[in-house]
Design a binder for this molecule. Structure first.
Ligand SMILES: [Zn+2]
Length: 204
């Protein structure tokens, strides 16, 4: 499990077959643990109003609102795979592990998309699993910066942590957690006031 706020360079080097940071100076916004009926929609509206592109790492078993999924796709964002269930992949048997990836293919067929990005729930993995994700045609995406927005933190504290985001960061955030209200206020303020360049929705 990876718990650092800013991921040390040595960890990035050790698993360098995965994506850690943005390939240019833009910041990547990534959201885990959705879709959430209220907050995924709120983040989607916010990002669309700013033309900022995100990767929504969804949990397959929570993805029951087809309209919401289609709106994410049709707005030009990426859907990433965060497992069929939000479980520790490092503890799974081979068959259980493969099932978590096969469900991704079912999801792709249902929505007629190709999911290019994968993130391990809890950051729990063994290194060979990155190759399995690759065999299922997904790049594993970790992150360079997280602010523990899912913990019981005030929007003021979260905002001051968010202001430490730098160019080329991949920011890990959550669109579904018990602290979503404070987290939303913090990220909205941050995105509306930051001078950083964020990954944008193509053609807009
Ligand atoms: Zn997660």
């Amino acid at each position: 499990m990876i718990e650092f706020k800013r991921t040390p360079k040595i960890v990035q080097w050790f698993y360098k077959q995965a994506i850690w940071k943005s390939p240019d100076d833009s910041v990547w916004l990534t959201f885990d643990d959705g879709p959430d009926p209220l907050y995924t929609r709120k983040y989607l509206d916010l990002l669309n109003s700013l033309n900022y592109k995100a990767i929504f790492f969804i949990v397959g078993s929570k993805a029951d609102d087809e309209n919401l999924i289609n709106d994410i796709i049709n707005s030009g964002h990426d859907i990433g795979w965060h497992g069929q269930e939000h479980i520790h992949f490092a503890k799974l048997s081979r068959d259980e592990l493969l099932e978590q990836f096969r469900m991704k293919e079912k999801f792709e067929d249902k929505y007629n998309i190709q999911i290019k990005y994968f993130r391990f729930p809890y950051g729990s993995f063994r290194s060979y699993m990155i190759r399995i994700a690759d065999a299922f045609e997904m790049d594993t995406v970790f992150w360079t910066y997280m602010v523990h927005d899912y913990k019981n933190k005030s929007s003021e504290k979260l905002l001051s942590d968010l202001r430490k985001v730098r160019a080329s960061d991949v920011l890990l955030y959550h669109d579904s957690s018990k602290n979503s209200k404070e987290a939303y206020i913090a990220l909205e303020t941050f995105l509306k006031t930051s001078t950083l360049r964020f990954r944008r929705i193509k053609g807009k």
